[in-house]
Design a binder for this molecule. Structure first.
Ligand code: HEC
Length: 175
């Protein structure tokens, strides 16, 4: 009878240790799940990378500066870069026009962490950085803690002044 008792308490203590080990393993499992989500859970950047305007802007920036023209090549084909430069005299867009064409896509609904136009609370700390920083971030782009702001919102064909006018427009509507 006593041997039966001791084997029962042995089972009991084995069971207790087993449950602690299970608990620790389940804890580690959840920790790994959260870690994986923290590392891999940034679909916003992937989304920006697929933006046609953003991709086109990168293609334009990484164009070769020159091409080798061999005898017999069509020279027109060898020098397309000159034509890609937009005419500087093109009609200048207003801040509102630029916003609608280039910024609304993200700042209209707050896509991917973009501060929504009209959301005074979201804009207040940004405006507090100073206009120069806001303009620089809009023109040159930047990776903030909320998400990725592409240079000129992906519209590198627009002038710095046009982008700054759009910043003024958005900030004016978000005070
Ligand atoms: C592809 C999405 C996208 C587009 C298009 C876009 N933005 Fe943004 N913008 C963002 C995101 C995301 C942030 C926030 C980044 C952060 O602070 O983490 C942001 C932030 C900003 C800020 C705040 C900068 C700061 O320092 O806090 C300004 C100003 C701004 N954008 C201007 C513009 C203007 C002007 C346009 C249009 C020409 C534009 N954005 C188009 C995504 C976009």
């Amino acid at each position: 009878m006593s041997s039966h008792d001791s084997s029962q308490s042995h089972d009991q203590s084995f069971f207790n240790v087993f449950m602690v080990v299970m608990g620790v393993l389940i804890g580690i499992t959840f920790f790994l799940i959260l870690l994986a989500r923290a590392i891999g859970g940034d679909p916003q950047l992937a989304w920006v990378r697929e933006e046609p305007d953003f991709v086109a802007a990168i293609d334009a920036r990484i164009q070769p500066v020159g091409r080798v023209a061999l005898p017999g090549d069509q020279l027109e084909q060898a020098a397309p870069a000159v034509e890609a430069v937009p005419a500087p005299a093109a009609a200048k867009l207003t801040g509102e026009q630029v916003y609608n064409a280039a910024c609304f896509a993200c700042h209209g609904a707050g896509v991917g962490g973009a501060p929504k136009m009209g959301d005074a609370a979201a804009w207040k700390p940004r405006v507090a950085q100073g206009t120069a920083t806001l303009n620089k971030h809009a023109v040159e782009g930047y990776q903030g803690s909320a998400g990725f702001m592409p240079p000129k919102g992906g519209r590198v064909d627009l002038s710095d002044d046009e982008i700054i006018a759009a910043v003024d427009f958005m900030v004016g509507k978000s005070g």
